[in-house]
Write a protein that binds this ligand. Sequence first.
Ligand code: NAD
Length: 510
Amino acid sequence: MTSSADRYTHVLQQLKLTLPKASGAGLAVRAPRDGSHFAALPAHGSGEAGALIDAAYQAYVAWRDVPAPQRGELVRRFGQALRQHKAALGELVSLEAGKITSEGLGEVQEMIDICDFAVGLSRQLHGLTIASERPGHRMMETWHPLGVVGVISAFNFPVAVWAWNSALALVCGNAVVWKPSEKTPLTALACQHVLEQTIAAFNAEQPGSVPEGISQLLLGGRELGELLAEHPRVALLSATGSTRMGRDVGAKVAARFGRSILELGGNNAMIVTPSADLELAARAITFAAVGTAGQRCTTLRRLIVHASVAEKLLARLQGIYASIAVGDPLADGTLVGPLIDQDAFDAMQRALDQARAEGGQVSGGTRERQDLGDGAYYVRPALVRMPAQSAVMQHETFAPILYAITYGGDLDEAIALQNGVPQGLSSAIFTNDLREAERFLAASGSDCGIANVNIGTSGAEIGGAFGGEKETGGGRESGSDAWKGYMRRATNTINYSGALPLAQGVRFDV
Ligand code: NAD
């Protein structure tokens, strides 16, 4: 296995990125694949962070008057640069977040896709024309930029979440200040570098196209996230991470009447009914439950399977789980890479102990591949047969643990189990019965932001609005009309009549 240091160095050369030097301890750049420490990056102090937010605000003041299609041209060029650097950035995601190669590349592809989406959107930020009740009047809606958009992101999607937010925020006429996870600072620095290079090239070709400071990066820990939450210049804070974080951030932003988009923890379930294609379900379950080593917000964590097909399906899953390739995420054939760090491993072991105490039968979950590094935490994904949906299943443990329970009655029983947790991100049903599928998608069906039929809970496309309900936070980002969250709506009434009639027939003659 090539050393992570060599691979990091090679990627940085490809990106022509020189690392800034940290004074003091700085922010560690690790590689979960072998637990090694590659470098330390300088972290921003609160004074510097405040200055960068102010600079972003100044940039916004100029950017909001740039025509939206021209703003889209910046995002188009950024998408091109991402295409050019896809291999290097994908490898960086694999090195720093531990994703297998195709998932690292997939994350960069997601950035490219949202850029394409945002470019088209830059010519479609349109409002409505509304019939007025008054003669000689017209009503309409106009959408305006908001200001500075703060983005807090989690380690498990170290770049895609920023791109979802940035591509939309920029075409909508906002400036962006990004506080990435302290566990993935180098990937963030690299993306910011590619964007800054894009801006410099655009301005060299057409001077003054993009104001300086339109996109800022804050490197540091949660204290910088707290600063964004409290800062009066941050009009919108889009925060992705744990429910604990969202509870804190949401309250702080609301206290100053700011806006937030909260994308928090999931606890996603799949229902498998008697009519399901079990082989298709087994494959979908495996990708959703063990892909990204169980570290996706949309990871499948609860399997609710009808008792009549449970033995067959679970036996098939046991076989897959026992043989699935766990190892170096950069090696061909690996499907399950490492957990991000020891804390994640410890949390997984605690959850498995709790599951056993609640009557669960655990298979897998053990540490593997210690030959790859003492500080590298690889695990065999765990499949846990639970007697009931007990306390451990109410929480998200960010690791590859799939709890399986059975239902014996009708679909209502399964839907009640599926909805019977505090989170509401993603859900799925496997069925070949049209009535069951429609029942699952109906108002009294799944209560999640994402509800799928015959595909798994993870791996969403950028074209749809992404997000979830209840403790997942209620935010929506990415596709559909999520762009409206990044703009403010003005309702305009125009009088071209020469008279002054009042609405609702009110008379006020002077
Ligand atoms: P985390 O909550 O520990 O950290 C996420 C980010 O929030 C980091 O940048 C961190 O520095 C910052 N942060 C932490 N506490 C904060 C506070 N009090 N105020 C301001 N900022 C704070 O999450 P993580 O371990 O990096 O990521 C895993 C979690 O993220 C899981 O719960 C997962 O489900 C969730 N997640 C959700 C989505 C989604 O779209 N719903 C997507 C990815 C990850």
